[in-house]
Design a protein around this ligand. Structure first.
Ligand code: ATP
Length: 436
C-alpha cells in the first residue's frame, strides 16, 4: 500500500543518509540556515536548473541568460529600495529570550515557545549581508551580498539590449546565489540564509504588462506540473493590496501544500517600471527604449518570475516521497520525474562473475553522458531498494542470459514491471525515458 506519510524529519534524514544535503560546516557543529549539497543533491539541483532554463528559453518571445556578480555596489541597493526597505520586524520574548519575526503570529496570543505575553519593542532588522571591499574598512568600502539576483538584470538592461540585439518584449533570466540574514531560518531548505534563485525579468510595454503577467503565471504553473509536481498540491494566490511589495502593482504566489501548510514556492510580480526608473534616476543614465511605431521613448515594464532552487528541491522531495511495500518488504521510494532524478538508471550485475561484461555496458552509457550508477553489493532486492530510495527510475539487471541474448532486464521503479531490453537499444530507451 502506498502512503504519503511524509514529514520534514523523514526528508532531512533521507537527505543526510543518502548524500543529498548536509548541514554546512557540520564537523564544527554546523552553521544555522546554511547547507551543503552532496553528490546526489548537487545533481538534483542541476536538473532543476536545466529544466527551468529549458522552459524559459522555449517560448516564442526571446529570453536570454546572464550571470551577474554576487557583490554589488551600495548604490544598486539604495536605488532598488533594499537599503531602506528590506527588513523584517523582529521581537524578543522577555520571558524565555527567544527571538521571532513579529509578522508571523499575533503577539497578543503569546510566545510560541513559552506562552508569555511580554515582549521587547518591535525593531526592524536589516536582512542584507554587508561586507567590505579592500583593505580600508570605512563607509566607502561597503558592498552588499545580493539578497536577490534580479538587480543584476536591471543594471545590465542597456548592456544586453545594445550588445545582443534583442527587442522588447523579451526576458533576461538568471540563476545564482542570494543571501538574506533571515531572523529565523527554518524548515530545512525552505528558509535559508544562503540560497539560490532562478529569476526571469520580462520587459514589455506598460500596456502589455497585464497580458504578459497572466501568461507567465500560467506558464510557470505548467512548468511545475511538467517536472512532476502533483497538480492538486499547487495553487496560485493573488496578493492582497496591503501585502504587495513597495514596487509591485500585482503579485501572484504559486503555493505548494507542504506538510507545514500552503506556502510560497514562487513569486510572480508585475513590477511596473519601478526598477528601471529608479536605476535611471540614481545612476543618471537613460534606461528608456525607442518605440519605432510611435516614435517615442518609454521605460519598459517588468513581469518577474522568481523561484528558489533549494525551495523547489525541498518541494520535489516532499512531493515524490512514498513509503510502500514490495513483496512484503517496506520500502522508501522517491517517485521523481525521470528528468529530475539524480541518477537515471543503475546497472546491477547478478553476480560478481559478470563484472567485466556488465561494466562495459555501464562505461558505454556513461560515455554517452547518461547519469548511471553501477552497484554490485548485496542482493538484487537490496540494490533495488537503494535505488528506489534516491529516485532512480530504472534498474538494468545483467544476468547470465545477457551473455547469450545481449539483453538486460529493465525494472521500473513505479510499476515494478520488468522487461527485456537489448543492450544496444539502451541509449534510445533512456532518451525516451528522459523525453529526448
Ligand atoms: P518570504 O515572504 O517567505 O520571506 P519573499 O516573498 O521575501 O519570501 P521573494 O523575495 O519573493 O521571497 O523570493 C523569491 C523566491 O525565492 C521565493 O518564492 C522562494 O522560493 C525563494 N526564497 C526567498 N527567500 C528564501 C530563503 N530564505 N530560503 C530559500 N528560498 C528563499
Amino acid at each position: 500500500m502506498a502512503s504519503v506519510s511524509v514529514t520534514l524529519e523523514k526528508i532531512v534524514s533521507l537527505c543526510k543518509r543518502r548524500g543529498f544535503v548536509y548541514p554546512s560546516s557540520e564537523i564544527y557543529s554546523g552553521l544555522n540556515g546554511v547547507y551543503d549539497f552532496g553528490p546526489l543533491g548537487a545533481l538534483l539541483k542541476q536538473n532543476i536548473k536545466n529544466a527551468w532554463l529549458e522552459q524559459m528559453m522555449s517560448f516564442k518571445e526571446e529570453v536570454v541568460f546572464v550571470d551577474g556578480a554576487i557583490l554589488g555596489a551600495p548604490e544598486v541597493w539604495k536605488a532598488s529600495g533594499h537599503v531602506d526597505n528590506f527588513s523584517d520586524p523582529l521581537v524578543d520574548c522577555l520571558s524565555c529570550k527567544k527571538r521571532f519575526r513579529a509578522d508571523e503570529f499575533k503577539l497578543e496570543d503569546g510566545c510560541p515557545n513559552c506562552g508569555a505575553k511580554t515582549w521587547t519593542d518591535v525593531r526592524q532588522f536589516k536582512l542584507m549581508f554587508q561586507t567590505q571591499l579592500g583593505a580600508v574598512a570605512d563607509e566607502n568600502s561597503i558592498a552588499y551580498l545580493r539578497p536577490e539576483t534580479a538587480q543584476a538584470i536591471f543594471v545590465n538592461f542597456k548592456n544586453v539590449i545594445s550588445s545582443y540585439r534583442v527587442k522588447v518584449p523579451f526576458g533576461i533570466a538568471q540563476i545564482g546565489k542570494a543571501f538574506r540574514n533571515e531572523i529565523t531560518p527554518k524548515q530545512f531548505l525552505f528558509r535559508m540564509r544562503e540560497f539560490e534563485q532562478m529569476e526571469m525579468e520580462f520587459f514589455c510595454k506598460g500596456e502589455e504588462a497585464d497580458k504578459f503577467f497572466e501568461l507567465w503565471v500560467a506558464r510557470r504553473v505548467e512548468f511545475f506540473k511538467s517536472i512532476g509536481l502533483n497538480s492538486e498540491k499547487i495553487r496560485t494566490r493573488a496578493h492582497a493590496t496591503d501585502e504587495l511589495a513597495h514596487y509591485a502593482k500585482g503579485c501572484f504566489d504559486v503555493e505548494y501544500n507542504f506538510p507545514f501548510g500552503w506556502k510560497e514556492l514562487e513569486g510572480i510580480a508585475n513590477r511596473t517600471n519601478f526598477d528601471l526608473s529608479q536605476h535611471s534616476k540614481f545612476a543618471g543614465k537613460e534606461l528608456a527604449v525607442f518605440d519605432e511605431e510611435t516614435k517615442t521613448s518609454y521605460v519598459p515594464h517588468v513581469v518577474e518570475c522568481s523561484v528558489g532552487v533549494d525551495r523547489l528541491f525541498l518541494t520535489l522531495l516532499f512531493d515524490s516521497y512514498y513509503e510502500d511495500e514490495v513483496e512484503g518488504e517496506p520500502r522508501i521510494v522517491l517517485r521523481l520525474h525521470p528528468k529530475m532524478a539524480p541518477i537515471t538508471a543503475a546497472i546491477l550485475p547478478l553476480t560478481n562473475k559478470l563484472r567485466e561484461q556488465s561494466e562495459k555496458v555501464f562505461f558505454d552509457l556513461k560515455k554517452l553522458g547518461f547519469r548511471i550508477q553501477y552497484d554490485t553489493s548485496g542482493s538484487i532486492g537490496k540494490r533495488y531498494r537503494r535505488q528506489d530510495e534516491v529516485g532512480t527510475p530504472i534498474c538494468f539487471t545483467f544476468d547470465f542470459e545477457s551473455l547469450e541474448d545481449g539483453c538486460v532486464t529493465a525494472r521500473n521503479r513505479d510499476t515494478l514491471q520488468q522487461e527485456r531490453v537489448a543492450i544496444d537499444q539502451l541509449p534510445a530507451y533512456l532518451n525516451n525515458l528522459l523525453g529526448k
